[in-house]
Design a binder for this molecule. Structure first.
Ligand SMILES: [Zn+2]
Length: 301
């Protein structure tokens, strides 16, 4: 184990989770902080290695991060659906203003936000996707890594990230930067998967531990951190954000892509996912998605 201190709580009490990504002959283990529950990959890949994950093939074939061969454009209707869910909440808090989306890919969300009257800008690490976003939707996109690009302080009313925050190497630094570039009354919108909170993951980890096995995944460790509701909110409150909307929600089981799985695996996983969905919508437990909208904490109007 290479990790020294937990990025969230500062302790060095980690436990290996029996799940391992193998990519380009390197092994990346998942580790869990016993103190605060933050889950991260170990070792953390370098910034250059992380950038290499997002070549054109990622957007053409691996947009579901190793779950199933899917392109960005096959996911476009989901991005529109997301915009339809999130923009009304944002509109209530911030009816107009400047909106930055970090990791805007092909620009679908930015296009929807522009249609609702926001002055939008995107950041996208992929050169071809940032070009496509500009060509297809005429949206303004800065190509590059958000963690490296420079922005004016207090220049945005809204900063959004959808399925992006878990891909960042330095979550606290990214949040500090977002805090700086937001206006005093600005808001941040972060939507992440929390699949490590779901029943299927918890059960499978326990079974792997009992049988002393490790699940090997032959794809890059796209998610450098795996968030649970408390760990994402922990980072946000440390930086000074005050939550205004927290939605723990669940992916309907029929939306999982599992065509490649065997019949028995489909049956077992399907049963667990339906049970999980029932528990999530009834008791708000084992939720596998999290949306947090938070404002800057300095309360200056
Ligand atoms: Zn910790």
């Amino acid at each position: 184990m290479e990790k020294d201190f937990c990025q969230l709580c500062g302790k060095d009490d980690f436990e290996e989770i029996p799940v391992r990504h193998t990519f380009n002959d390197y092994n990346y283990n998942l580790i869990h902080c016993n103190n605060c529950n933050l889950i991260t990959v170990d070792p953390m890949p370098s910034s250059e290695t992380v950038k290499s994950f997002y070549r054109d093939e990622y957007f053409e074939k691996d947009y579901r991060c190793g779950v199933k061969s899917h392109s960005y454009y096959e996911e476009e209707s989901a991005a529109i659906e997301k915009a339809n869910q999130v923009l009304p909440i944002v509109k209530n808090l911030k009816p107009q203003g400047t909106l930055l989306e970090i990791g805007c890919a092909g620009g679908t969300f930015l296009d929807q936000a522009s249609k609702k009257g926001y002055q939008t800008m995107g950041v996208e690490v992929s050169t071809s996707m940032s070009q496509k976003a500009s060509e297809l939707y005429g949206v303004k996109v800065r190509q590059g890594d958000f963690e490296e690009l420079e922005f004016m302080d207090e220049s945005f009313d809204i900063v959004c990230m959808f399925d992006v925050f878990e891909h960042l190497r330095e979550p606290r630094k990214a949040l500090e930067k977002i805090y700086k570039i937001l206006k005093h009354t600005g808001i941040v919108v972060i939507d992440v998967p929390t699949t490590k909170n779901a029943l299927a993951f918890k059960l499978s980890v326990n079974l792997l531990k009992i049988f002393k096995k490790t699940r090997r995944i032959s794809s890059p460790p796209y998610h450098l951190y795996e968030y649970l509701p408390n760990t994402l909110q922990g980072f946000m409150s440390q930086v000074g954000f005050k939550p205004c909307e927290v939605r723990k929600y669940a992916t309907p089981p029929w939306k999982y892509l599992n065509e490649d799985e065997s019949k028995i695996k489909k049956l077992v996983l399907g049963t667990v996912r339906y049970l999980n969905y029932f528990l999530s919508i009834t008791f708000k437990i084992y939720t596998d998605r999290l949306l947090v909208i938070a404002k800057k904490g300095d309360d200056q109007e």
